[in-house]
Ligand binder design. Structure first.
Ligand SMILES: [Zn+2]
Length: 253
């Protein structure tokens, strides 16, 4: 069960016009759920902000100590993260930050292109002036993070932009799907080193918001398709050097 989108910072939540937080948890069951969610959110944020690298082992006891909770709650959090494909659970070895394959990476970007071009197309027809202002405020925060080379901040804000668009459409199912896909995209960019710069992404976000402000659905969709495509094209997804054998024997294939 999810209580908050993993990608959105507290500051953004306060500004984004998302539904008000739920009433304080009253029961032990609620408390367990929110503790699990807190661990899930913390690990997701660390992955998105590139503080936890692909393949890192996530041992239960140190995590339990950090959060001052039982290993049972840590295990529940790790189970949820594995359902979200951010970590893998290996029998007898434990939990590791996931290392998405080239094929999985391609599929994630294809799905994002499908969902997000349709998203901005719809949003362009109904976006309000207040929502445009909200997006522009987000762009300012992105720009500031890019200019001060705040890598965790800009990585999170650039990913959040896409989730904020879904939330503006008022579709929580889509917002949650995108939050999950964006976390996976972040892991993919970390593994495959996109050369698409943060500055370039930020410029493309500005162009998308301007098209939305003009209610130009075709332009917004085309810009979004190009934006996600250029992030993907700039990943070094070269299947020929994906494994050790083919990397060391390039002439064999
Ligand atoms: Zn983007």
């Amino acid at each position: 069960m999810r209580h908050s989108p993993p990608l959105t910072s507290d500051a953004l939540d306060a500004d984004s016009g998302s539904p008000a937080a739920e009433a304080p948890a009253a029961t032990a069951e609620d408390h367990r759920t929110s503790t699990t969610q807190r661990i899930v959110d913390a690990i997701t944020t660390a992955i998105v902000e590139r503080r936890l690298m692909p393949g890192t082992k996530l041992a239960e006891q140190p995590i339990a100590d950090i959060f001052k909770v039982s290993r049972t709650l840590v295990r529940q959090a790790l189970m949820q993260l594995s359902r979200d494909r951010l970590i893998t659970l290996e029998p007898a070895r434990g939990a590791f930050v996931a290392q998405p394959s080239v094929e999985e990476a391609r599929q994630v970007f294809v799905v994002r292109q499908m969902l997000e071009t349709a998203l901005v197309r719809q949003l362009a027809t109904r976006i309000t002036p207040t929502q445009v202002e909200e997006l522009r405020a987000h762009l300012v925060a992105e720009r500031e993070a890019v200019l001060r080379t705040d890598v965790p901040g800009r990585t999170r804000l650039l990913a959040d932009f896409h989730v904020v668009l879904a939330r503006l459409l008022g579709n929580e199912v889509l917002a949650q799907l995108l939050a999950d896909l964006l976390s996976r995209s972040s892991l993919i960019s970390l593994m495959y080193q996109s050369s698409h710069s943060a500055e370039h992404s930020q410029d493309e976000h500005v162009a998308i918001v301007e098209a939305l402000a003009r209610h130009d659905a075709d332009a917004a969709a085309a810009l979004m398709e190009h934006h996600i495509g250029s992030v993907e094209r700039n990943l070094s997804l070269n299947p020929r050097i994906h494994d050790l054998v083919s990397a060391l024997a390039p002439s064999a294939g």
